[in-house]
Design a binder for this molecule. Structure first.
Ligand code: NAD
Length: 357
């Protein structure tokens, strides 16, 4: 029987509420699909800062490094915004990504048929949407140096640096190629090559690589146009590959196609070590502690962990099917707009999904 070491980082805000659902799901699935798992819960984010003085304590990072996969809920709260940058929960996230070398962030956006009415876009625009955003995660403007805020002649000036090497661009393009070959053989690379030199290098490098893959339908698109096209005709996309900043923004935009950010999972992967599987959404401090959060993005992240990180595809399929069944019976959490639906709490939605396993 396979035995997996999973680290769970529940983090802040709604994190513990949605993590509870995933814990129960894993227990039920391990019985059904005959695998063992050891779940180690570690402090991470604002809670880790409060208890250990660091948003990413060394022991948490060590546990993550020696695991088979990391399941992360979410971190952050407005109350930490006044802390110095190195102590903020979001810095803990960047540290985790960089320590585990998680250079590739995979964000699938698939419209669940029963949620066609939950999107703010018309049904006919979104019904065929099935795309993946492949976002570079350890480079670009979030990590580039120099950065800072300086005082020049009595006026404050803030600056950041967007930088990519050709090898960083190549390795994320290779991930996008690998993914699209299992799908529809279509890649759109998103940049801002008309204005930024770093994007010119991005475009040249991707184009050079794509010459070796004539079977893939390849296109380039400027990021402003990509934002517009994602709203105008999102089903034109299969795999979008882009840098850290553009991927951050476009994947949240794409999230709304599905009706709620509470529906979207993601995986962050390296070339060898454990991946981190987490919802796209943040810690939703506005609804934390009210038991009304949507646990589905976290449950779908658990499915991605089982599929990609632990090679348990049947258990992963089972989570997805269970969610589809619950939604098609008309059950929703309050973030999913549907006038005929029965609204459930986070705990109740978790129970319904588990009943379908
Ligand atoms: P957010 O994603 O937390 O919330 C945006 C809106 O979506 C809120 O109205 C929230 O209630 C709602 N929402 C989010 N997840 C939901 C869910 N599962 N169910 C129902 N509604 C949900 O983004 P924000 O408000 O910009 O950020 C809040 C905090 O989260 C900040 O501190 C931010 O830095 C942090 N953050 C963390 C991550 C992460 O942990 N990966 C990602 C983004 C933001």
């Amino acid at each position: 029987m396979n035995n997996y070491k999973i680290v769970l980082l529940s983090g802040d805000g709604i994190g513990p509420e949605i993590s509870n659902v995933s814990k129960k799901l894993l227990s039920k699935l391990s019985e059904k699909y005959k695998f063992n798992f050891e779940l180690k819960e570690e402090l991470f984010g604002g809670i880790a800062y409060e208890q250990k003085g660091s948003p990413a304590p060394q022991e948490t990072l060590e546990s993550c490094k020696s695991s088979d996969a990391v399941l992360l809920a979410c971190v952050g709260d407005i109350k930490y915004d006044s802390l110095s940058r190195d102590l903020r929960p979001e810095t803990g996230l960047l540290k985790l990504r960089s320590e585990l070398n998680l250079f590739a962030n995979i964000r699938p956006v698939k419209i669940r048929r029963s949620l066609l009415n939950a999107s703010s876009l018309r049904k006919e625009i979104i019904e065929n949407v099935d795309l993946i955003v492949v976002r570079e995660l350890t480079g670009g403007i979030y990590f580039g140096e120099p950065r800072g805020i300086v005082n020049i002649s009595g006026e404050k000036k803030g600056f950041n640096t967007m930088t990519y090497s050709a090898s960083e661009i190549k390795r994320i393009t290779d991930v996008a190629i690998k993914i699209t070959k299992k799908r529809n053989n279509k890649i759109c690379s998103v940049d801002k090559a008309n204005v930024l030199e770093v994007s010119q290098l991005w475009r040249e490098t991707v184009e050079e690589i794509m010459k070796n893959h004539p079977d893939i339908e390849f296109s380039n698109m400027y990021v402003d146009n990509a934002a517009m096209q994602l709203i105008r005709d999102p089903s034109q996309f299969d795999v979008i590959v882009t840098n850290n900043l553009f991927g951050d923004i476009l994947s949240d935009l794409a999230a709304m196609l599905s009706g709620s950010i509470g529906m979207l999972p993601s995986a962050s992967l390296s070339n060898d070590g454990p991946g981190v599987f987490e919802p796209v959404h943040g810690s939703a401090p506005d609804i934390a502690g009210k038991d009304i959060a949507n646990p589905i993005a976290m449950a779908l992240s658990t499915a991605m962990m089982l599929r990609i990180g632990l090679n348990e595809p049947n258990a992963a399929d089972n989570i997805e099917l269970a969610i589809d069944n619950v939604l098609s019976k008309g059950f929703r959490t309050s973030d999913l707009i549907d006038k005929d639906a029965q609204i459930l709490s986070c705990t109740e939605m978790g129970e319904k999904i588990i009943q379908e396993i």
